[in-house]
Structures are given as structure tokens and as C-alpha cells.
Design a binder for this molecule. Structure first.
Ligand code: AHR
Length: 343
């Protein structure tokens, strides 16, 4: 009897289990059917479909640095499967603003841009924020009263570059036992981040050295042609009094050098030449002895840009500031084994 009851009870349980099992199997089959027909869970990535649509507004093509930067961003977009809408603003802020508006209208996933100058972006960035599109600053910073219009900045520490340039000059003045040093500065685009920060880093560092005098700072706009014009004016104005040219980029330096040579002055010997960027052409001229020091500013920001944009699309938080590692190349070192610069 007990066995029967047990048996009955046991039989009832097994009957119940088999009913539950059939129901579960039915639910599972239905779920699988729905998944296969409409898709569920994590969508499989289609290798032919871009992972992200990125709108990028580049400043222009003013230097080997800028051209190298554009190329690097294009290559890294390919590497990361990112579809890139690239617009070249030809050195005009209004073109950059118009490009950002087109990116918003196109509903890109992420907007990135290298602001030519620091001021004047609030309205268009508010429009991007209203459209819910995250914005990444590449290379240069902006000056804004509003919080949260951009997510992060990926670019060089320009202040440190100015410090490294000045530290080299102080070492050079020591080694040449100079008791007075007259400097002319050919600056980058007025009101741009590299212009402001390189100048601030350089000035702050020489401020404690009573030998150093800046005779004049003149705007070379990061252009080779302007570098030549500025140098012509500086030589006409200060002639033999110039001990040092501090130029904010290689392009302007390469424009200034032939003007110095034409005036019968030997760059690298009669005048100390300090440049920033570290492109191949300037490094070659440094190795010839016509430039004394080049502070590196790497244009290779594409990898960090793609990784950051993908994180933003995935809803992840990102580092607010990414500075690449940079170094100094100078006549104090042997550069024969230096790898090709790639820009
Ligand atoms: O913003 C980076 C600067 O812009 C580089 O030093 C210069 O070469 C470029 O044009």
C-alpha cells in the first residue's frame, strides 16, 4: 500500500514533470523561433557593416604635421572598421562650423574636430548636444563658458612642449657660456591652443633665467610662407642681435632657414634654431646641423580617436584628457639610428 501510494505519488510527480518539461520545451522553441526571425540579445557584427559613423572636421593642410594627422586618422578608421566622414576646412573656422552642422544633420554617431582657434564654438556644440551626439576634441582645445559640450580632448601637451624647448635653450646657453640671449619667436596661429600653450610653457621656463630676452613674437600662422616673411622682417628689424629663433612648428622653421642663409648667417651656428613637430624633413635638417633642437609633437592621434569614439558609441565613459608621449631631438644626441618619422 505504502509502495503504491508512494508509487502513485511518484507517478503523479513524474506526470507533472513531463507536463512541465513539454511546456518548457514549447516556450524555448517559441523563443528560438522569435530570436531567429527578428533577432535577439547581442546582434552579430556584420564585417561589411561599419561599426560607427564618425564625422571629423580637420583644420586644413597647412603643414606636413597636419597632412600626417589626416592620413593617420584615415588609416586608423580603416583599421577599426569606422566609417569616416572627413571634411577639410581649409584653415577657416566658419567651414568647420558648417561641417559640424552637416554631421548633425546626417545624424553621425560621434563628431570629432580639431578647432583652429579656441573661441567661438558654443552655439554649434550646443546644437550637437541637443541632438545627443557626443563630441571629441582632437589635437586642440576650446575655450568655453559652458560645461559638458565636449566629452574629451585627445592631443599633445603643448605647454610641456614649450617647457622642453626652453629647457633645451637654457642647457645650450650654459654650454656656450652665453651671458645674454636675444630670442625672436615665430608663433603659430594666434588664439590657437598650440600657440598659447607653447608660448606659455616657453615663457614660464625662461622667466627665471636673467640671460633671456624675447625681442619680439610674431604670428607665422603655422605656414612655411609666413615663416619666411616673418624671418625677413625680423632680420631687417634686429639683424645681428638675434641669438635664437624659437619657431612654433617645423613648417615655419623650414620657411625661415633659407632667409637666414640668404642673409649670410649660418643657422644652427650663428643663430640657435628651435622648432616643434619632429617631421622627417626637419629631422634631416637637424642632422645637417642647421636646426639645433626639435621638440616632438606627434600627429598620430587616430588610434586613440577610434578607440574613444567606439567607447562613446557603446555608452562607456572615456578619459577626459589623452596626451601622447613626446620627446626632444637635438644636437645633444646621436640621431643616426632614429626610425623614419612617418610624417
Ligand atoms: O596643432 C598642432 C600644430 O598644428 C602643429 O604643430 C602644426 O604643425 C600644425 O599645423
Amino acid at each position: 500500500m505504502g509502495n503504491k501510494i508512494t508509487g502513485n505519488i511518484s507517478g503523479a510527480k513524474s506526470l507533472k514533470r513531463s507536463k512541465t518539461g513539454r511546456l518548457a520545451a514549447l516556450i524555448l522553441s517559441l523563443a528560438l523561433l522569435i530570436c531567429f526571425s527578428v533577432g535577439c540579445g547581442k546582434k552579430e557584427e556584420n564585417p561589411n557593416e561599419p561599426r560607427l559613423l564618425l564625422g571629423f572636421s580637420q583644420i586644413g593642410s597647412e603643414s606636413a604635421w597636419r597632412i600626417g594627422n589626416t592620413r593617420d586618422i584615415e588609416e586608423q578608421a580603416d583599421n577599426y572598421g569606422v566609417s569616416l566622414m572627413l571634411e577639410n576646412a581649409n584653415q577657416k573656422q566658419e567651414n568647420q562650423i558648417a561641417a559640424i552642422r552637416r554631421f548633425i544633420a546626417y545624424k553621425v554617431d560621434v563628431i570629432a574636430f580639431s578647432p583652429i582657434v579656441e573661441e567661438g564654438w558654443d552655439n554649434v556644440l550646443q546644437e550637437a548636444a541637443d541632438a545627443g551626439i557626443p563630441v571629441i576634441l582632437v589635437d586642440r582645445d576650446i575655450n568655453t563658458q559652458k560645461e559638458g559640450l565636449t566629452t574629451c580632448l585627445i592631443g599633445a601637451d603643448f605647454y610641456k612642449e614649450g617647457v622642453m624647448a626652453a629647457e633645451y635653450l637654457i642647457r645650450k646657453a650654459d654650454s656656450l657660456e652665453l651671458d645674454h640671449v636675444n630670442i625672436v619667436e615665430i608663433s603659430g596661429t594666434i588664439n590657437s591652443t598650440p600657440m598659447r600653450q607653447r608660448q606659455a610653457g616657453f615663457y614660464d621656463t625662461i622667466a627665471n633665467d636673467p640671460r633671456m630676452t624675447v625681442l619680439e613674437s610674431i604670428d607665422g600662422d603655422f605656414l612655411k610662407s609666413r615663416g619666411a616673411e616673418c624671418m625677413k622682417y625680423l632680420l631687417e628689424t634686429y639683424g645681428d642681435d638675434i641669438d635664437v629663433v624659437f619657431s612654433h612648428n617645423d613648417e615655419m622653421t623650414l620657411g625661415a632657414l633659407p632667409v637666414i642663409e640668404k642673409a649670410g648667417i649660418t643657422p644652427g651656428k650663428d643663430i640657435i634654431i628651435i622648432s616643434i613637430d619632429g617631421g622627417q624633413e626637419a629631422i634631416n635638417v637637424l642632422m645637417e646641423g642647421k636646426i639645433n633642437c626639435v621638440v616632438e609633437c606627434t600627429p598620430k592621434l587616430g588610434k586613440a580617436l577610434m578607440e574613444t569614439a567606439l567607447k562613446l558609441k557603446g555608452g562607456e565613459t572615456v578619459d577626459p584628457l589623452i596626451h601622447p608621449e613626446e620627446q626632444v631631438f637635438s644636437d645633444e644626441m646621436d640621431l643616426n639610428d632614429l626610425a623614419p618619422r612617418g610624417y
